[in-house]
Design a protein around this ligand. Structure first.
Ligand SMILES: Cc1ncc(C[n+]2csc(CCOP(=O)(O)OP(=O)(O)O)c2C)c(N)n1
Length: 640
């Protein structure tokens, strides 16, 4: 339970923007923190969203807005999933009930949403780079602002964070980096960095007010620095603190209890006032889910939740079909039972990708590499060199980050890495940053690659089993977020013939060839078209590469309209089909119209997946309208 009494928002009700926070006394700030927590829990219980991370940074958020002069001074939050308290305190309190919904507040930071969000995020580990760029730009243009990056210990596992630290340490600008160390990513964090941070924390008690002056001695003008030096030496001898960051050129301060405003405020103030000589890293220790017992007690600290009961913390579960993610995990487990070469890689997403199940069965063949998609892909390439059968299991949106590794380390060397691409297509509440829009285009254009998209549960199972046997080339299969159709999967699963699609239904007038999970909407559209006496052939392409040229040719020859559809951007399946027809069978196009339905050339904000596909004009109703228009048939409101 939250510490503040429900609805008793004595101070929060008067807070519109950070300038209102500055009027409060330190005791009142403490109460405000409890109210923010309570308000956030109430809101997220109705909207769902990322709760644990925000609960962990309430004091830090209040402290930052109390000490710094936002929005002139800028706070760059990494990932942005922990910014609900920040949103509440920066003029968005009254919109929190719209969080992650259509036309509502984004679940992450977003420049277009608020002047208090100077940099948009959602993918991890960008904050230090962005903050450094903003600070350098601001110094060159003499804007005289303070810039603070707040990055989690999970996000600190990504290479990009080190590239930024390395650069910032050498540049000597007064960047302030706050490392929010809650010893959690979505799952417990992995790797040597995590162990290093634990060592820093266990090497001494938290530093509080008493050590602040000594900690910042180097930053003070010379006279004061001399006086403070003794204390500083004592402090440094006593604590082992921060060698790695110091070597990178940062002044390390910490570890500090991130829930104790009495410690936080003076340290933030000193960093603000005395950071002229170079970058500072403040190591703050917090507890993910802090102040809400169900979150604190749960394994994932309520990282991401659906709607829930505030009193019990119990989440509303809909009894829907098995998710695609689970189907993937079960099939990979089935394969790995008999094939010891099969192994799986995740970049800090064991539960999101279903590899937590795989890990339980095959711990020595599961690799959580941290938030490190680039490394994940090249690591998988290395495993493939040794005859292993790696399944690099990465959300479509996060695979974007590893594109050079996909091209240079996998495709050019023709290494049989299998890419299991979860969250393909539009994903709903996480919005544009998490949409899996581009992988069809950016993988299918690569020589050597074999690419597939699953239209249902069974097809996904067949693709996993097919991929396990592709030892001569890189391969990829994509599948959407959410539940499958509840189809029964019998083992052994029949494998697919590479490059062969299938006819789902035969018709005479038009043909729709679907690549991936839009197939269900296509079937609905074909049903609706019957009432207009339009008879539809439906094909499931299964493969974008290699294309089933024979099937495409047949469909083209025998129908007056051939439509492709896919849950991805231009440059994907439709482009491959049209290229093939234009380049190799141009004359056929005199008799057959070609139309390619794909995601529009714009980023679609968060909404329900259905509404997002409506905006993209890709639901059955939209497909019908588009086809009737092509056929010059007037659409009647009563018929559809
Ligand atoms: C490039 C990338 N990969 C994966 C994710 C998914 N993801 C979102 S939050 C998160 C954990 C972040 O951990 P940390 O930075 O410690 O923040 P915390 O949630 O613990 O506050 C992950 C892996 C992401 N946002 N971006």
């Amino acid at each position: 339970m939250s510490k503040a009494t429900k609805k008793d928002y004595k101070f929060l009700k008067n807070i519109d923007s950070p300038k209102d926070i500055k009027k409060l006394t330190s005791d009142e700030l403490e109460i405000l923190c409890n109210e923010v927590r309570s308000f956030m829990i109430d809101n997220v219980s109705k909207t769902g969203g990322h709760l644990g991370a925000g609960l962990g940074v309430v004091e830090l958020t209040v402290g930052l807005h109390y000490i710094f002069n936002t929005p002139k001074d800028q706070i760059i939050w990494d990932v942005g999933h922990q910014t609900y308290p920040h949103k509440i305190l920066t003029k968005r309190k009254n919109k929190m009930h719209t969080l992650r919904q259509g036309k509502g507040l984004s679940g992450f930071t977003k420049r277009a949403e608020s002047i208090y969000d100077p940099f948009g995020a959602a993918h991890a580990s960008t904050s230090i780079s962005a903050a450094l760029g903003i600070l350098v730009g601001s110094e060159i243009r003499k804007k005289n602002k303070k810039v603070v990056a707040v990055i989690g210990d999970g996000a600190m596992t990504a290479g990009m964070a080190y590239e930024a630290l390395n650069n910032a340490g050498a540049m000597k600008y007064p960047l302030i980096v706050i490392l929010n160390d809650n010893d959690m990513s979505i799952a417990p964090p992995v790797g040597a960095m995590s162990a290093y941070l634990s060592k820093l924390i266990s090497s001494g008690p938290y530093r509080g007010l008493r050590n602040v002056a000594s900690q910042l001695a180097k930053k003070f003008p010379k006279k004061i620095a001399n006086t403070a030096k003794k204390a500083e030496e004592y402090a440094r001898g006593f604590f082992t603190g921060g060698t790695l960051f110091e070597e990178l050129g940062f002044y390390y301060i910490g570890p500090i209890d991130g829930h104790n405003l009495n410690h936080l405020l003076p340290i933030l103030k000193n960093a603000r006032d005395h950071s002229k000589k170079g970058p500072v890293l403040i190591h703050v220790v917090t507890k993910k889910g802090n102040g809400y017992i169900p979150a604190e007690k749960s394994d994932d600290k309520f990282h991401g939740v659906g709607k829930f009961n505030v009193l019990t913390g119990k989440q509303n579960k809909s009894d829907s079909n098995k998710s695609y993610t689970k189907i993937f995990a079960e099939n990979l487990i089935e394969l790995a039972k008999t094939d010891k070469k099969i192994c799986a890689i995740t970049a800090a997403m064991p539960s999101g990708t279903g590899l937590d199940y795989f890990m339980k069965k095959f711990p020595s063949r599961t690799f959580d590499v941290g938030i490190a998609e680039q490394h994940a892909v090249t690591f998988a390439a290395g495993l493939a060199c040794e005859g292993m059968k790696p399944f690099a299991t990465i959300y479509s949106t996060f695979l974007q980050r590893a594109y050079d590794q996909v091209v240079h380390d996998v495709a050019i060397q023709n290494l049989p890495v299998r890419f299991a691409i979860d969250r393909a297509g539009l994903v709903g509440a996480d919005g544009a940053t998490h949409a899996g829009s581009f992988d069809i285009a950016f993988l299918s254009n690569l020589p050597n690659f074999i690419t597939m998209a699953a239209s249902d549960d069974l097809e996904l199972a067949r693709m996993i089993h097919t991929c396990a046997d592709i030892n001569h080339a890189p391969s990829a299969f994509r599948y959407p977020r959410g539940s499958g159709l509840g189809l029964k999967i019998n083992y052994p699963v029949k494998k697919l013939i590479i490059g062969k699609g299938k006819i789902v239904q035969e018709g005479n007038d038009i043909a729709i060839i679907s690549y991936g999970a839009r197939l269900q909407e296509v079937k609905l559209a074909a049903k609706k078209l019957e009432s207009y006496k339009v008879s539809t052939t439906i094909a499931d392409a299964r493969f974008c590469k290699p294309l089933d040229k024979k099937l495409i040719l047949e469909l083209c020859k025998n129908h007056k309209l051939l439509i492709t559809i896919e849950e991805g951007s231009i440059g994907g399946f439709g482009s491959h089909v049209s290229n093939f027809l234009i380049n190799e069978h141009n004359t056929l196009l005199q008799n057959t119209l070609i139309d390619c339905i794909c995601l529009p050339d714009k980023f679609i904000d968060q909404d329900t997946p259905f509404n997002m596909y409506s905006i993209a004009n890709m639901n059955s109703e939209n497909i019908v309208t588009r086809i009737l228009k092509k056929l010059n048939i007037k659409k009647s409101l009563t018929k559809v």
